[in-house]
Design a protein around this ligand. Structure first.
Ligand SMILES: Cc1cc2nc3c(=O)[nH]c(=O)nc-3n(C[C@H](O)[C@H](O)[C@H](O)COP(=O)(O)OP(=O)(O)OC[C@H]3O[C@@H](n4cnc5c(N)ncnc54)[C@H](O)[C@@H]3O)c2cc1C
Length: 445
C-alpha cells in the first residue's frame, strides 16, 4: 500500500521516534512532522524515559521472543547500544514455590530463549542454583527456581531516546515541533468513513496531514476513544542511593525479575539502584470530552497520566517487603526518589499498531503495555510495515485493531495483560495518595 506524502506523527516516545526514523528512511520524499507536547525530547514524564529498561527476548509468546532477539542484535552490534546505552548483564527470571502461573511463564519463556540463545540460557531448578548466580541476594530470597539468560541486558532509556532524537536531527528530514495536540480533525464525507485530516493544537491552530499517526502512549485515550481497548495505569518505581562499594558489588549482576510479585531490580549505575513493580497499577479516572468527529459535549471517564506524583505508601511498603527478601541490607535505606510511570495497558498486553477501524487516515502506534521499550531499534520498521499492509501475519494478528466494540465505562474494565501482573487490581491513585497523606499526618500527631 502506497503511503501519502504528508505524514504527521504525534508523540516523541519510542513509538513516535522509531516510526519517524523508519519512515524517513523508507519514504525519503514524504513530508514528515513529529509533534511532542513536552518542551524537550527526551520527555522526563514519558514512559520511554528512565534510568534503565530491561532488554530481553524472554517471552512466553514466541512472536515477541523473535522480535526481542532482532532488537537485541541491534542493541548489541549497532550504534544503538554504544556509549553505555546497552549493557548485557543477563536476566534472571525467578518464580516462588506458590505461583504456578509464574512458573509456567518461565517454562515457556525458557523454551523460547533456549532456541535463540542456546547455552547462554541456563535452567536453575532450585533456590541454591539461583543464589549461585546472584550471591549478594541473601538466603531470604523467596524463590523455588528459575533460569538465567546471559544474552539479555538493559538499556539507558533516557540516553537512547536522546540518541534517536539526535539521529533525526542529524538527518534533518523530519520536522520536530513542540505543541500539545488538542484533538484530531476529521473530514466527514457522505457514505464514507470519516477521514483524519490533521490535528488542532491547544493554541487553536491546525496542522494538516494526509496521515495522522498517534504515538501518544498513555495519553492516547484523550485523543481517541480507547474504552475497552487500552487504559493508562500508573506503575511504581523507587531509586536508592548506594555507596561506591555497593555499586561495584551489584553492577555486574543479572537483572532479577519475579513475575509472581512483579518486582524487578536492574543493576545500578552511577550509585543509583532502581526497584520497580510490574503490576495492575494505579488508575487515574478523569472526565474528558468523548473524542470523535464531532464535539457533541458528551463526556467519558478514562484513566489518564498524572505527572510528578510520588509513589503512594502502599507501593513504598511493597518495595520494602521485596527488599527485605531480595537485598535486606537496603530495607531501611530511604528512597532518594520515587516516580509513577504510566503504562498503556491493553487487554492481553499486545501493542496497537494499526489503522483505526472507524476512520481513514488515522493510525495508532501505542499500547506498549509495560514492555515496548526494548523494541526501540526495530519497532519503527514494524509500524511502517503495518502502514504499508506488509506486517508479518504473526504480529498483525496480535496488533491489528479490526473491529469497533461498543465503548463501555473504561474504568470498570480490568485488563490481565500477558498474565505477568501483580498487586491489587482496583487501585485508584488519588485514593492511595490520600491514604498516604493520612498515614503521614497520623505518624506526626
Ligand atoms: C515503570 C515502567 C517500567 C518499564 N519497564 C520496561 C522494561 O524494562 N522493558 C521494556 O521493554 N519496556 C518497559 N516499559 C514499557 C516501555 O517503557 C513503554 O511501553 C514505552 O516506552 C512506551 O512508549 P510510547 O512511545 O508509547 O510512550 P511515551 O514514551 O510516553 O511517549 C508518548 C509521548 O507522546 C506525547 N504526547 C502525548 N499526548 C500528546 C499530545 N496530545 N500532543 C503532543 N504530544 C503528546 C507525550 O508527551 C510523550 O512524550 C516500562 C514502562 C514503565 C512505565
Amino acid at each position: 500500500m502506497a503511503l501519502p506524502s504528508k505524514i504527521l506523527i504525534v508523540g516523541g516516545g519510542i513509538f513516535g521516534l522509531s516510526t519517524a526514523i523508519s519512515l524517513s528512511k523508507r519514504h525519503p520524499n514524504a513530508q514528515i512532522t513529529l509533534i511532542e507536547s513536552a518542551p524537550t525530547i527526551p520527555n522526563p514524564h514519558g514512559s520511554s524515559v528512565d534510568t534503565s529498561r530491561i532488554v530481553r527476548a524472554d517471552y512466553a509468546n514466541s512472536a515477541y521472543s523473535k522480535l526481542g532477539a532482532a532488537a537485541i542484535q541491534k542493541w548489541r552490534s549497532t550504534p544503538w547500544g554504544e556509549e553505555g546505552r546497552y549493557t548485557q548483564n543477563g536476566l534472571l527470571l525467578v518464580y516462588p514455590g506458590d505461583s504456578a502461573s509464574a512458573k509456567e511463564y518461565a517454562r515457556k519463556s525458557y523454551a523460547n530463549v533456549r532456541e535463540i540463545e542456546g547455552d547462554n540460557v541456563v535452567f536453575l531448578p532450585t533456590k541454591k542454583d539461583v543464589l549461585g548466580v546472584v550471591p549478594p541476594y541473601g538466603e531470604t530470597l523467596d524463590v523455588a527456581g528459575g533460569y538465567v539468560n546471559w544474552g539479555s541486558g538493559w538499556s539507558d532509556a533516557e540516553a537512547s531516546v536522546a540518541f534517536a532524537k539526535k539521529l533525526l536531527d542529524e538527518e534533518g528530514k523530519v520536522v520536530l515541533r513542540h505543541a500539545d495536540v488538542k484533538r484530531v480533525l476529521f473530514d466527514e464525507l457522505k457514505d464514507k468513513k470519516p477521514r483524519a485530516i490533521g490535528v488542532e493544537l491547544e493554541d487553536a491552530s491546525n496542522v494538516l496531514a494526509d496521515l495522522v499517526v498517534l504515538a501518544t502512549g498513555a495519553w492516547t485515550p484523550r485523543l481517541v476513544d480507547l474504552r475497552g481497548k487500552a487504559v493508562a495505569t500508573g506503575q511504581a518505581i523507587a531509586y536508592i542511593k548506594i555507596s561506591d562499594a555497593e555499586q561495584r558489588e551489584l553492577e555486574n549482576l543479572p537483572t532479577i525479575l519475579n513475575f509472581a510479585t512483579g518486582i524487578f531490580i536492574i543493576p545500578p549505575r552511577d550509585n543509583l539502584l532502581k526497584i520497580a513493580r510490574h503490576a495492575y497499577g494505579y488508575r487515574n479516572p478523569v472526565t474528558v470530552p468523548v473524542p470523535g468527529t464531532v464535539q457533541s459535549g458528551e463526556t467519558m471517564q478514562v484513566s489518564l497520566p498524572e505527572n510528578g506524583v510520588p509513589v503512594p505508601l502502599e507501593g513504598e511498603e511493597a518495595f520494602r517487603v521485596a527488599l527485605r527478601q531480595l537485598l535486606p541490607r537496603f530495607v531501611d535505606r530511604p528512597f532518594a526518589d520515587t516516580r509513577i510511570c504510566w503504562y498503556t495497558d491493553t487487554p492481553n498486553g499486545d501493542f496497537i499498531v494499526s489503522y483505526h477501524p472507524a476512520y481513514e487516515g488515522l493510525f495508532l502506534a501505542t499500547g506498549g503495555s509495560g514492555h515496548a521499550y526494548k523494541f526501540f531499534p526495530v519497532i519503527g520498521d514494524k509500524v511502517v510495515d503495518a502502514m504499508e499492509g506488509k506486517l508479518e501475519p504473526e504480529l498483525r494478528e496480535l496488533w491489528e485493531w479490526t473491529t469497533m466494540t461498543t465503548p463501555s465505562s473504561e474504568t470498570e474494565i480490568m485488563f490481565d495483560g500477558d498474565g505477568s501482573r501483580s498487586g491489587a487490581r482496583d487501585s485508584i491513585l488519588k485514593d492511595e495518595l490520600a491514604k498516604s497523606r493520612k498515614a503521614t499526618r497520623g505518624s506526626v500527631l
